[in-house]
Design a protein around this ligand. Structure first.
Ligand SMILES: C[S@@+](CC[C@H](N)C(=O)[O-])C[C@H]1O[C@@H](n2cnc3c(N)ncnc32)[C@H](O)[C@@H]1O
Length: 291
């Protein structure tokens, strides 16, 4: 997929309606007149809402300031957590998607591209990696680091809670490290799931120390240093149409990673199933008599 074809495939992040591509290919316009411009480094700015909610605006600012320190800083955090092997752990997370050459993958909150490089490796040759972040500076750094001859790579600036794609666009979606602070986290889970094909994989992770560690003194010191470690795993935010859900703890059991497959619809409960007997107790009596 060329850059022009990628632009033409995008839809309005607010309404899902088609967008008009400008003749010079430098912007997209929504039916309500909102213009989404192409920035430097061929990054299209699809952020919605144009004025971000407070938490999202704060995170965008924070990462825009910290982008040069980020790679070393985050590796240091993982070293403190049980001397974790960052490279092996990132391989583990990407491995959960079971990616194949030629597949199309979206990464939300890709940051400087630490996991994106692994995604690109696994969908090569012929795959398409769509990489996004809310921070222009983080994403610019990713554009400089990530190159591939046999994989299409497209970048866009975006809010993970409003994805500019039609339903079922991707084979897999990946997000690691930011969702705890998204202003509209439940909406983000719905979006991250919506854009994956039925049968495709979603892998999402962030800070949350395992419940059985929370009273240990060293872990208390840790969450005092960074209250995000006390975040609960946001299982309740998942949409209904998921199956094969699994939860893993990584990085010294201080981060969670969840994986699930996208289903066509929620599991069915047949509340009209005829049950012999007057009630459940009677039903058990009848069964016992039959046995
Ligand atoms: C801790 S970094 C993780 C970066 C990368 N995934 C990694 O593992 O190194 C969190 C990233 O999420 C991005 N982010 C924060 N809020 C976001 C949002 N609402 N939508 C998309 N990205 C967001 C930040 O800009 C930052 O790059």
């Amino acid at each position: 997929m060329t850059h022009t074809q990628f632009l033409a495939s995008l839809v309005c992040p607010k309404t899902g309606q088609p967008l008009q591509v400008a003749e010079d290919g430098q912007s997209l316009t929504a039916p309500d007149g909102t213009v989404y411009p192409v920035l430097d480094s061929n990054i299209i700015d699809m952020v919605h809402p144009r004025e971000l909610f407070e938490d999202d605006a704060r995170e965008q600012h924070l990462y825009d300031q910290a982008y040069q320190r980020y790679d070393r800083g985050v590796s240091w955090v993982f070293e403190t957590l049980n001397h974790s092997d960052e490279a092996a752990t990132r391989q583990f997370m990407i491995g959960l998607m079971n990616l194949q050459p030629g597949q199309t993958v979206l990464e939300v909150g890709a940051g400087t591209g630490k996991d994106s490089a692994l995604i690109i490796e696994q969908i090569s040759p012929g795959g398409t990696a769509v990489l996004s972040d809310l921070s222009p500076n983080m994403l610019r750094l990713a554009t400089q680091k990530l190159k591939a001859e046999d994989v299409n790579i497209h970048f866009f600036l975006g809010n993970g809670s409003y994805l500019p794609f039609a339903d079922g666009t991707f084979d897999s979606v990946f997000h690691f490290g930011g969702i705890n602070t998204f202003s509209e986290r439940k909406k983000a889970f719905a979006e991250l799931t919506r854009v994956v094909k039925v049968g495709g994989k979603v892998v999402i992770g962030d800070e949350s120390m395992a419940p059985w560690l929370r009273n240990e003194p060293t872990y208390q010191t840790l969450w005092k240093a960074n209250p995000l470690f006390r975040a609960e795993v946001p299982i309740a935010d998942l949409p209904a149409n998921v199956e094969n859900f699994k939860l893993h703890y990584i990085f010294g059991n201080c981060f969670y990673v969840m994986e699930y497959t996208v289903a066509a619809k929620a599991p069915e409960i047949d509340i009209d199933l005829p049950i012999p007997g007057k009630d459940f107790v009677d039903n058990w009596r009848l069964r016992a008599e039959k046995a």
